[in-house]
Design a protein around this ligand. Sequence first.
Ligand code: GLC
Length: 425
Amino acid sequence: MNDIPRPEATTGDSSWFVRDRFGLFIHWGIYAMPARHEWVKNREKLTDEHYQRYFDHFDPDLYDPTAWARAAKAAGMRYAVLTTKHHDGFCLWDSALTDYKATNTPAKRDLVRAYVDAFRAEGLKIGFYHSLIDWHHPEFPVDGLHPQRDDLAYRERAANRDVKKYAEYLHGQVRELLTNYGKIDVLWLDFSYSGRDWGWSKGKGKEDWQAESLVAMVRELQPGILVNNRSEMPGDFHTPEQVQPRGWVQVDGKPVVWEACQTLNGSWGYDRDNLDWKSPSLLLRMLIDAVSKGGNMLLNVGPTGRGEFDPRALATLQALGDWMRLHGRAIYGATQSAFTPPPDCRFTQRGDRLYLHLFAWPFKHIVLDGLAGRVTYAQLLNDASEVKMSEQPLPEGGAGGRTLRLELPVQQPDVLVPVVELFLA
Ligand code: GLC
């Protein structure tokens, strides 16, 4: 038995967040059109003039956020986080503070409004991702991540940019987003890099964003909202990116509320030729692993320039949903267990229910240490079929130690990750 870590109370309301466990990240913007990663402007050092072609041709005629929300819900996701603006500076909503927005493209509408309405109507919680970085804004000082970092003439012309003016714009836009769209449940700011130093420029962080007053404004406008940790202000939750943490995420030796963000294929934006797709089985094992360590998973889809989830993403979501339909009660409201699972397994626990997730199907038996005398009933979760139990002496003998042995069918149940539900005494 281990102690189950308990994070300190958060300023925002994390009660729903640690229950719901599984969310949809959506990276959508005009980078869906080059369709080769949302950092394409940086990677290929594209100029504003070049990048303009994506703005001019952005016409997501198939955008139907109700279809997105339904796909997310059917996958078992309970909240969503949409990019209102990514690092390229393009705004999906009708901001009064810029012309660089969806309403001025052939899309001609506020794409955030439609998202909020549709997801709320489907009962999902609403999150906004908002980029602290902006490679389009004329007052955003050029640094080593900027697309024009190697263009000396550009850098010279940009020498007098004033990050304070940019911060005003940033605050003003966040104010719009948190004022005009009703209750917003999550604000996902991205990201700070004050530790970077390129010699001729330094990275940016909380001083540049004036993050302290930014977060204070956020909390004033939306009491209860959850803010992440990427502005370099202590947020409500931490955001390991494209990794599976080794245990409950700790900061300064203390457990925190956390959410791992993951991609389907390594890219956040739609990436046509990318073949690095994770299988549904792997994604489920990642979700289960996160919950077994007290965390959430925010799984990303990058919609196409037409405004749709592509067929590969939809097929994956559907497979996740098939599993979640049967196994949701091992995920929602569940967390790390004090019991230690056998090899190739994870435990999640919700009150007196302990869930044994079998990442590899064993032959006939599985033995659970520390659980003899503590389980009153066991069943496969997918079909509520009984799993017989017996108690066995520990092979080492001594101290009357006993262990619990479960009898499993030779055939693995036809689900991506089989789960045994154990009712604790
Ligand atoms: C990174 C990347 C970005 C992505 C984000 C999601 O910070 O800059 O493209 O939006 O992580 O976690």
